[in-house]
Design a protein around this ligand. Sequence first.
Ligand code: ZN
Length: 136
Amino acid sequence: MVTTHIPESTLLVWYCRRCDKSCKVQPPDPEQVACKCDNPVPGLRPTRVTVMHTPKPRPLHALSDEEARLRALAHKGTKVRVTFEAEMTEAWRWSSAGRNGIDFIVTDPDGRRHTVNGSQPGLRIEAIPADEGNAS
Ligand SMILES: [Zn+2]
């Protein structure tokens, strides 16, 4: 297994005898040096310090709940039911080459019109119950 970043590392830290703050770090890391003395006096022995490196947050592509939900469905073979609500706007019977059926034009709540082939296999059109339709 290959890790792409090391979550923590061990430093050798020498503390300054004047201010008791770190004045020398091995391997060198300016962020870990706290001593501000003009002439730091490092202690004789370094202290082993484990430093946690907080990983930078990755820039995540914002994914809305709805988009995530749709992505989860976007696999070939997933069984879905496609529905939308609309208002019946127009309907007509047709017959052609010995076949006949009814087509509809419906208007959805956003005012868009959709042509619906009433004889499309698997299509199911049903009335929205009056109480349900008035609820919204
Ligand atoms: Zn110091």
